[in-house]
Design a binder for this molecule. Structure first.
Ligand SMILES: CC/C=C\C/C=C\C/C=C\C/C=C/C(=O)SCCNC(=O)CCNC(=O)[C@H](O)C(C)(C)COP(=O)(O)OP(=O)(O)OC[C@H]1O[C@@H](n2cnc3c(N)ncnc32)[C@H](O)[C@@H]1OP(=O)(O)O
Length: 292
C-alpha cells in the first residue's frame, strides 16, 4: 500500500523498492526471488506463505530483514494476495531473533543499516492492510517475538519453547516501538512486568497474557493458522483493511516520526563497550553450548 511505502521511504530504507506496484506476479517470481525466504502465493486462496528459511536458527541478519520487508511489501501490493502466513522451515525454531554475530563488533554504518532494516521489517508487517498471521512452531525470542507481534493473529505450538522479549536480560534497554507493540498486545500491566524483567514465556503462559492467541499441538499449528486465515480473508478487505489502519496508524506514525531518534539511541547503546561485551559473552556461551 502507498501508506507503507511512504513510511518505508520516510524511514530511509528499502530504497531499492520499486515505486510502482508490480501486479500479475507469479508463483515463480516469489519462489525464486529471495535467499533467506520461501514465498509462495496461492492465487486461488489468495493466501501467501512467507517461510523463514535461514538455517540453523533463522537468526535475522540485515539482508534477511530487508528480504522480509521487501517480500511483505510486494505481497501487500499484489491484488492476488489477501493474507500472509509467516512460518519457519527450521524445526522447533520460529526465529532466534537478531543475528548477534552481525551485531558483535559492528561498525557504525553497518549498524545503522541493520537497525533501519529491523525498523522496516517491523513496520512493513505491522502496517500492511493484508491479513497477517504467525505460525510459531518453536522458539521465538526477542526479534522472533517482534515479527510475531507485528502480525494480526498468532498460533504457537505446545512444547518446550520460549517466546518473549529478553532484551533487558541482555543488558539492553527496550525501545519505544517494541514496547508499544507489546503493550498494545498484552496490556500495560503485563508490559511493565515482562519488559522490565526481560521475561520469556512458555506457550501456555504466553497464551494467558495474550502474547499468542492460541496454543495447539505442533503438527496442528500451520493448519490452525490456515483455517483462521480462510475466515479472515472472507471479510471484505477494504473495510477490514481500513479498520486495521485506523487501529495501527498512530503507532506507524510514531515510528516514522521517531525512527531517527530510535536509531541514534540504539546506536549509542548497542555499540557501547559494555553491551558489546555482553553480546560477546552471550555468543561465546552459545558456541560452548552447541559444542557440548
Ligand atoms: C541485542 C538486543 C537489541 C536491542 C534491544 C532493544 C530494543 C528491542 C529491539 C529489538 C530487539 C531484538 C533483539 C534480539 O533479537 S537479540 C537476539 C536474542 N536472541 C536470543 O537471545 C536467542 C539466542 N538463541 C537461543 O536461545 C537458541 O539458539 C534457541 C532457543 C533459539 C534455539 O536453541 P537450540 O538449542 O535449538 O539451537 P542452538 O544450538 O542454540 O543454535 C543453533 C545455532 O544457531 C546459532 N544462533 C542461535 N541464535 C542466534 C542468534 N540470535 N544470532 C546468531 N546465531 C544464533 C547458534 O550459535 C548455533 O550455531 P552453531 O553453533 O553454528 O550451530
Amino acid at each position: 500500500m502507498a501508506c507503507i511505502q511512504k513510511t518505508l521511504r520516510g524511514l530511509g530504507v528499502l530504497r531499492q523498492l520499486p515505486r510502482e506496484s508490480t501486479v500479475n506476479q507469479t508463483y515463480c517470481r516469489y519462489a525464486s526471488s529471495y535467499k533467506y525466504l520461501q514465498v509462495d502465493l496461492d492465487k486461488k486462496t489468495k493466501v501467501a506463505h512467507l517461510t523463514l528459511a535461514r538455517k540453523p536458527a533463522n537468526s535475522l541478519n540485515c539482508d534477511m530483514m530487508k528480504e522480509i520487508a521487501m517480500a511483505t511489501n510486494e505481497l501487500d501490493q499484489d491484488r492476488d494476495c489477501k493474507g500472509i502466513i509467516i512460518n519457519s522451515c527450521v524445526p522447533n525454531i520460529f526465529s532466534a531473533g537478531l543475528d548477534l554475530t552481525e551485531l558483535y563488533q559492528a561498525k557504525e554504518l553497518f549498524f545503522q543499516d541493520f537497525w533501519r532494516s529491523l525498523q522496516a521489517m517491523f513496520s512493513t508487517i505491522y502496517g500492511t492492510k493484508v491479513v497477517t498471521m504467525a505460525a510459531i512452531e518453536g522458539h521465538a525470542p526477542a526479534a522472533g517475538c517482534i515479527i510475531a507481534l507485528a502480525t494480526d493473529y498468532r498460533v504457537m505450538s505446545e512444547g518446550k519453547f520460549n517466546i518473549g522479549l529478553n532484551e533487558s536480560m541482555l543488558g539492553i534497554p527496550m525501545n519505544f516501538w517494541v514496547k508499544d507493540a507489546f503493550i498494545a498486545t498484552c496490556g500495560q500491566r503485563e508490559g511493565e512486568r515482562a519488559l522490565q524483567l526481560g521475561q520469556m514465556f512458555i506457550p501456555s503462559t504466553a497464551l494467558q497474557i495474550g502474547l499468542v492467541d492460541e496454543v495447539v499441538p505442533q503438527e496442528l499449528t500451520l493448519p490452525t493458522v490456515q483455517k483462521h486465515m480462510k475466515q479472515w480473508v472472507k471479510v471484505p478487505g477494504g473495510a477490514r483493511g481500513l479498520t486495521k489502519s485506523l487501529i495501527r496508524q498512530q503507532a506507524m506514525d510514531n515510528l516514522k516520526a521517531k525512527a531517527d531518534e530510535d536509531l541514534l539511541i540504539m546506536t549509542r547503546h548497542m555499540l557501547s563497550q559494555p553491551i558489546q561485551n555482553t553480546i560477546g559473552a552471550y555468543l561465546e556461551n552459545m558456541t560452548k553450548k552447541s559444542k557440548r
